[in-house]
Write a protein that binds this ligand. Structure first.
Ligand code: SAH
Ligand code: SF4
Length: 437
């Protein structure tokens, strides 16, 4: 936590909001993201990576490309940037030399900087990414992005905010003071960084010995919005990013393989379904309002009943498109047989999957992970009620690949991670998602 706050202090764009334990106890629900960085169309060396079609159009217009050519030029740029993964305008051979020169004097195709890459024994990769500076005093905020390869899919866990506006009591990200929404370009850029690193472009090859899916599909086939931040507090940017990621002429991610996880921002859920048409995951974590008020404080604004009503109304919901309910296993807090039975009762009638997540401790956290026997027992009750609730083999545990924990903090967590590895506890549960088809 201390390190996260240090990073927050370095960034003048951070909303200066401190969350004391007293504030939490008094019912503090959310911090305010004061800053919404506007990306795109800013001449003078700005990167075009991650921009929407409209933003690319504005960027081209700003360097004098005539109106009548704009549509064609956007299509060309789109193909080079998002289909081929071009890193330099000189690759864009179907554009005239003069235009390429203009482009490279005004813009770049720079990616956010990869500060570090950690590769787990099991092939999971974690990147610490430094975002471009947003102003003269900003050194660039840092976010993490995790890639989890399996034989038949590769899942990328992306962040939607730096820090989080919410303050869930078991979540490390919630303790971070710095909060700003990522731009849609910064969200998309995480996918570009991942594709660069694992060679997921036509004519590129993965690094020597890298574990990537072998089913002939793309190496990144699934996206989960389960990194830092609450995606539905940045709905516009998340929807715009999903539009870019799922565009059939570019990055071509299937919307059914994109899962947005929310702590329960009820008023935004319908819009997500209607406009982004993605899979939905709900961080439920408790089956009673008094407990959920404490664990997931947004529950004080939108309680369990309102949340589940919004789930029932989620556009496109069917047995083929189920909502995933995430449930973090906290020892002695929410893990009793009665909790499991109530969970099953609450979800009755909602096409659902249940994802039991072993709790990841962090320095200063007041919870412990439930014992394995307890998790198994809980899972059995849920399973008997007809829900698959696998607690999967932990992945990436040797590099503590839990979303939302900065590397500098994970250094400190090494000893803890080793302990967890010995006990077979990892963050896998968080990522066992996103296979809508
Ligand atoms: N803010 C969004 C998405 C990011 S969190 C949300 O809350 O849904 C992704 C998942 O990890 C959520 O279900 C979150 O509750 C869970 N999580 C947070 N901290 C955790 C921890 N310490 N151990 C295990 N899961 C955690
Ligand atoms: Fe934010 Fe999600 Fe963490 Fe809650 S669990 S503090 S909503 S990132």
């Amino acid at each position: 936590m201390a390190t996260a706050l240090d990073i927050a202090k370095r960034n003048p764009n951070a909303a200066p909001v401190a969350v004391s334990d007293a504030a939490r106890a008094a019912g503090f629900v959310e911090k305010t993201a004061e800053l919404n960085v506007v990306a795109g169309a800013a001449p003078g060396g700005a990167s075009l990576i991650g921009l929407t079609r409209d933003q690319l159009k504005d960027s081209l217009a700003a360097i004098g490309v005539p109106e009548r050519e704009l549509k064609m030029r956007v299509a060309q740029l789109w193909h080079w940037i998002y289909f081929r993964g071009a890193k330099d305008f000189s690759e864009m051979t179907n554009m005239g030399k003069e235009l390429r020169a203009k482009l490279s004097s005004a813009y770049t195709l720079a990616r956010p900087q990869v500060v570090s890459e950690q590769v787990s024994k099991d092939g999971t990769r974690k990147w610490l990414i430094r975002l471009a500076s947003t102003g003269p005093l900003d050194k660039g905020a840092e976010i993490e992005c995790v890639y989890i390869p399996e034989v038949d899919r590769g899942t990328l866990c992306v962040s939607s905010q730096v820090g989080c506006t919410l303050t869930c009591s078991f979540c490390h990200t919630g303790t971070q003071r710095l909060v700003r929404n990522l731009t849609s370009a910064e969200i998309v850029a995480q996918l570009i960084v991942a594709r660069d690193s694992i060679g997921d472009w036509p004519h590129a090859t993965p690094p020597e010995g890298a574990f990537v899916p072998t089913d002939g599909g793309r190496f990144v086939s699934n996206i989960v919005f389960m990194g830092m931040g609450e995606p539905l507090y940045s709905t516009d940017n998340v929807i715009a990013a999903i539009d870019v990621m799922s565009d059939g002429e570019g990055l071509t991610l299937s919307r059914r393989r994109i899962t947005v996880s929310t702590s329960g921002v009820v008023p935004q859920m319908e819009r997500l379904g209607a406009e982004a048409n993605t899979m939905l995951a709900i961080s439920l974590h408790a089956v009673r309002d008094d407990l959920r008020d404490e664990l997931v404080p947004i529950n004080r604004k939108y309680d369990i009943k309102q949340l589940l009503d919004a789930c029932r109304a989620y556009p496109g919901l069917s047995n083929a498109r189920r909502i995933t309910f995430e449930y973090v296993m906290l020892k002695g807090v929410n893990d009793s047989d009665a909790d499991a039975r109530e969970l099953v009762r609450l979800l009755k009638g909602i096409p659902a999957k249940i994802n039991l997540i072993p709790f990841n401790p962090w320095p200063g956290s007041k919870y412990e992970c439930s014992d394995w026997e307890r998790i198994e027992r809980f899972s059995e009750i849920v399973y008997r009620a007809g829900y698959a609730s696998p607690v999967r083999t932990p992945r990436g545990r040797d590099i503590l690949a839990a979303c939302g924990q900065l590397k500098s903090e994970t250094e400190k967590l090494r000893a803890r991670a080793r302990m967890m590895a010995e006990q077979g506890i990892g963050a896998e549960g968080v990522y066992a998602l996103g296979d809508g088809e």
